[in-house]
Design a protein around this ligand. Structure first.
Ligand SMILES: [Zn+2]
Length: 438
C-alpha cells in the first residue's frame, strides 16, 4: 500500500528540454484531448464534488496532533536544556563553595595550632606561677623561722637588761669580756635585721615575679579567647557553607530529575509523533485505495501562464548515449517562481524532494475521472513546494512554484499524467489537459 504512494525514484533523461526537441502533437493525442474535453463538459453538469469530510476531518485533527506534539517536543527540549544549564550552574556553585570550605578548613587548622600553642603557654605559665607560689611559701617559712630566732635573740638580750645582767656580770670575768659580750649581742641583732631584710626583699621579688606571670597568663588567656572566637566564627561559616553545598547538591539533583522527566517526555512525544505520522500515512493510503470515493470531472492547466511548451511527451533518442527513452511528461517553460496550481482536486501523495531527478516535486492522486479511470498528476523541478503530503487540495489550489531543481537545465514545469494512478501508465498530458498555447 505504502509503495503505491511514493513514486519510484528514477533518473529523468531529458537532454532535450528545449523546443528543438519538441515534436508535433500526434493526431491521436489531439483526438483524445477533444474527447476528454467533451467528456469533461458533459460531466460538468452532473458534477459530483468530492467531499472527503471524514478523511479530511481526521486528517486535520491528526495534523493538529502532529503540530501539538512537535510543539511539546520543542517545549520539553527547552526544559531539558534549561535543566542542563541549571545543573551546570549548581555544580559550579557547589565546587566554588567547596573551594571556600577548603580555605576555611585550612584557616581553622592554622587557628587550632595557634590555640594549642597558646593553651600550652598558658599551662607553662601556670606551672611557673605554681612554682613561684611554692618559692614564696618557702621564703615565708624561712622568714617566719628567722623571725623566731630573732625573737629568741631579742628575748635573750631583754633578759640580760632586766636583771639577767647581774647573773651575766657575775659570769663574766672582766669588763673586756662584758663589752665583748655586748658587741656580740649587737652583732647578732644587726645580722638578724640584715637577714630579715634580705629575706623580705627576696619574697617581694618572688611576689613581683608572680604578678608578672599572672599578667602573662591573663594576656595569654585573652589571646586564647580571641582565637576561640575566630575559631567559632570560622566553624559557623564552614557549617553555613556546608548547608549551601547541600542546597546546591539538591538543586543539581532536582535539575537532573527535571532532565530525566523532560527526556522521558521527549521520547514519549516522539513515539506518539511516529504513531500519528503512521496514522496519517494510513489515512493517505486509505484515501488512495478508496478510489471510487474520489472523483473529478477534468483537468485544468496547472500554470495560468507560461512562455512555451519546451518539450513534448514521447520517445526520443538521447543525443549522447543514443538510447531511446520515454519523456513521460510535458515541459512548460515559465519564469522561476510562477505559481503552480493543482490540475484537479485530490490527495497530495508526495510533496518533497526526489532523489530520482524530479527535484522538488508533488504527486496528486485525483481518483476516478468521468471516463472511469483513476488519475494522478506529477509536477517536477519546483523551486519550492507549497503543500504537504496527505493534504486534500482543490483544483486550482496553489501547490508550488516553477523552478529548475533536480535534473533540469532551466526553469520549467515537468508535468506528468498517470492513468490508473501508476507511473508506468504515464500518458500524454495533451490528451487530458488543456494547454492554451504552444
Ligand atoms: Zn520534462
Amino acid at each position: 500500500m505504502k509503495k503505491a504512494l511514493h513514486a519510484k525514484p528514477f533518473r529523468l533523461q531529458m537532454p532535450g528540454h528545449t523546443p528543438r526537441h519538441a515534436r508535433p502533437e500526434p493526431a491521436r493525442s489531439k483526438l483524445l484531448r477533444g474527447v476528454s474535453l467533451c467528456l469533461a463538459a458533459v460531466c460538468l453538469a452532473a458534477s459530483v464534488s468530492f467531499q472527503p469530510a471524514t478523511a479530511a476531518t481526521s486528517m486535520a485533527s491528526l495534523q493538529n496532533k502532529l503540530n501539538s506534539l512537535s510543539k511539546s517536543i520543542d517545549q520539553h527540549k527547552k526544559e531539558l536544556s534549561d535543566a542542563k544549564k541549571k545543573e551546570a550552574a549548581a555544580k559550579a556553585l557547589e565546587s566554588e563553595l567547596k573551594e571556600r570550605v577548603g580555605v576555611i578548613q585550612s584557616q581553622i587548622g592554622v587557628l587550632s595550632t595557634q590555640i594549642a600553642a597558646v593553651q600550652n603557654s598558658i599551662g607553662q605559665t601556670e606551672q611557673k606561677i605554681s612554682a613561684k607560689e611554692a618559692e614564696i611559701t618557702q621564703k615565708q617559712t624561712e622568714i617566719d623561722g628567722q623571725w623566731d630566732d630573732f625573737k629568741k635573740h631579742m628575748a635573750a638580750m631583754q633578759e640580760l637588761r632586766d636583771g639577767g645582767s647581774v647573773a651575766m656580770l657575775s659570769a663574766v670575768n672582766d669588763l673586756y669580756e662584758l663589752l665583748t659580750f655586748n658587741e656580740v649581742m649587737q652583732d647578732i641583732s644587726i645580722k638578724d635585721t640584715e637577714i630579715m631584710d634580705n629575706m623580705k626583699a627576696a619574697k617581694s621579688a618572688l611576689e613581683a615575679d608572680k604578678v608578672e606571670l599572672e599578667a602573662q597568663r591573663k594576656e595569654l588567656q585573652s589571646q586564647k579567647a580571641e582565637l576561640d572566637t575566630q575559631n567559632y566564627q570560622m566553624k559557623a561559616k564552614q557549617s553555613e557553607l556546608n548547608s549551601s553545598i547541600s542546597a546546591a547538591q539538591l538543586s543539581a539533583q532536582d535539575a537532573q530529575k527535571a532532565q530525566q522527566t523532560a527526556q522521558a517526555a521527549i521520547e514519549s512525544d516522539e513515539l506518539n509523533y511516529e504513531a500519528v505520522k503512521k496514522e496519517i500515512q494510513k489515512l493517505i493510503a486509505a484515501a488512495a485505495s478508496s478510489k471510487p470515493q474520489l472523483s473529478f470531472t477534468g483537468f485544468a492547466c496547472p500554470l495560468k501562464s507560461y512562455t512555451r511548451i519546451s518539450s513534448e511527451y514521447g520517445w526520443r533518442k538521447n543525443p549522447v548515449s543514443g538510447v531511446n527513452r520515454l519523456h513521460a511528461g510535458i515541459d512548460l517553460a515559465a519564469p522561476g517562481g510562477t505559481p503552480i496550481y493543482a490540475a484537479a482536486s485530490g490527495y497530495v501523495q508526495v510533496a518533497g524532494w526526489s532523489s530520482g531527478g524530479y527535484g522538488n516535486y508533488v504527486i496528486i492522486y485525483h481518483g476516478s475521472m468521468s471516463d472511469g479511470n483513476a488519475y494522478s498528476t506529477l509536477y517536477g523541478h519546483m523551486r519550492s513546494v507549497a503543500t504537504s503530503a496527505g493534504k486534500y487540495v482543490k483544483q486550482g489550489e496553489l501547490i508550488g512554484y516553477v523552478g529548475s531543481t533536480g535534473n533540469s537545465t532551466g526553469n520549467h514545469l515537468h508535468l506528468e499524467v498517470w492513468k490508473g494512478g501508476k507511473k508506468a501508465n504515464a500518458v500524454n498530458p495533451r490528451g487530458y489537459i488543456p494547454f492554451p498555447h504552444n
